[in-house]
Design a protein around this ligand. Structure first.
Ligand code: GLY
Length: 369
């Protein structure tokens, strides 16, 4: 088990990374004396898969509140239903919420925890690779508004992030890959050795390794390292800039073009990690066109993402429409589009003056029309 501290003064907490440890969460909550009573917020599929395992560890069984599965249910109406459920069960200022699920559940349950009775304690128990390495860490909570994703929310840190890497072995291949895009991102923005480690181990980072018990154990060890290293990098960035006043923006590497592609294709053609993968290659190509980055880093990034089975080309999407979608992205500040651009591995800069013609050239290079 690894314990990574997120140092945020009185809001500090541990990220606990273990394997087959879901049933130990109850003991942790008991020993830390968190919550007079406990409520699990989850979705029906995750509840079926892991709910009993989590509840088993508690002497007094937590009440479970289910919300339908999917990003479209991350909204104020569903949050209100959760407030109703908590109130019906008599949840109070000293109750504890456990968010059990992927990024959607984490954002929604965190938002409910941040706002119910002006804020009650919560623990993130992320069940997908994407949420284990990214969304569960750093206290971003929120719901969508019809006009914009994550428009309503709060920075509200959990009491702990509790990760069971064995859950990775149950993920479909595409879900695994979407998380890997964020893992690669950490290597590029902060840690060249981690990037090299991913290059050396890329052939093991797929669902094949989970097909038999011998290779599964070895693979889960590797995943434990990957999740812990990713969590360390994210924690370090969040510690320096909890509320995204500056540095935390580097976590958006690949997300500028990535978000434009997601919204242009209505969140259907590409999942988040796939869009970020294309966005990272686009950002690297832009950096290389601006002579900030050597082309061999662009090639290494593309080769790693290709090996992991992530998309690195644009598949004839219209370049003009991607560029138009960039300007409605929420990262537009004062009419400018922010790009996180690598200068070398583990060194990035944020630029808000990239000319759209350079963006277009980079996207054309990637097969855009
Ligand atoms: N996912 C980006 C952040 O937490 O800031």
């Amino acid at each position: 088990m690894a314990k990574i501290k997120v140092e945020l003064k009185d809001r500090s907490y541990d990220i606990i990374v273990g394997c087959d440890n879901l049933s130990e969460l109850g003991e942790l909550v008991r020993s830390e004396k968190w919550g007079r009573d406990v409520f699990i917020i989850t979705d029906p599929l995750v509840n079926d898969l892991y709910g009993d395992l989590v509840r088993k560890g508690f002497k007094t069984k937590p009440k479970t509140l289910e919300v339908p599965r999917g990003e479209r249910f991350k909204n104020l109406r569903v949050a209100e239903k959760l407030y109703d459920g908590l109130a019906r069960y008599g949840a109070h200022r000293d109750s504890l919420i456990i968010s059990l699920g992927g990024g959607v559940i984490g954002d929604l349950a965190g938002f409910v925890a941040a706002t119910y009775m002006r804020g009650i304690d919560y623990i993130q128990v992320p069940t997908t690779l994407l949420s284990q390495v990214d969304a569960s860490i750093g206290g971003k909570t929120g719901v969508n508004h019809p006009k914009c994703k994550n428009m309503i929310g709060a920075f509200y840190q959990p009491k702990a992030v509790f990760i069971d890497v064995s859950l990775i072995a149950t993920l479909p291949a595409r879900e695994l890959r979407t998380g890997l895009a964020e893992v690669v991102k950490y290597g590029v923005i902060e840690d060249a050795d981690f990037f090299k480690f991913l290059e050396a181990n890329a052939h093991h980072l797929n669902t094949k390794a989970f097909e038999n018990e011998d290779t599964k154990r070895a693979a889960l060890k590797l995943w434990q390292t990957i999740v812990s290293e990713s969590a360390k990098i994210k924690a370090k960035v969040v510690e320096k800039d909890e509320r995204e006043a500056g540095l935390r923006m580097i976590l958006n590497f690949g997300h500028t073009v990535g978000h434009a592609i997601e919204s242009l294709t209505r969140y259907r053609a590409y999942n988040h990690g796939e869009a970020v993968s294309i966005g990272m290659v686009a950002a690297a190509r832009i950096a290389s066109r601006l002579r900030l980055l050597e082309t061999d880093v662009v090639d290494r990034l593309k080769a790693l993402l290709d090996k992991l089975g992530l998309p690195t080309e644009i598949d004839s999407l219209p370049v003009d429409k991607i560029v138009a979608a960039l300007s409605i992205d929420k990262k537009v500040i004062g009419g400018k589009v922010n790009f996180v651009l690598p200068e070398k591995l583990a060194k990035v800069v944020i630029k808000d003056d990239v000319s759209l013609s350079v963006v277009k050239q980079a996207l054309n290079e990637m097969g855009g029309q």
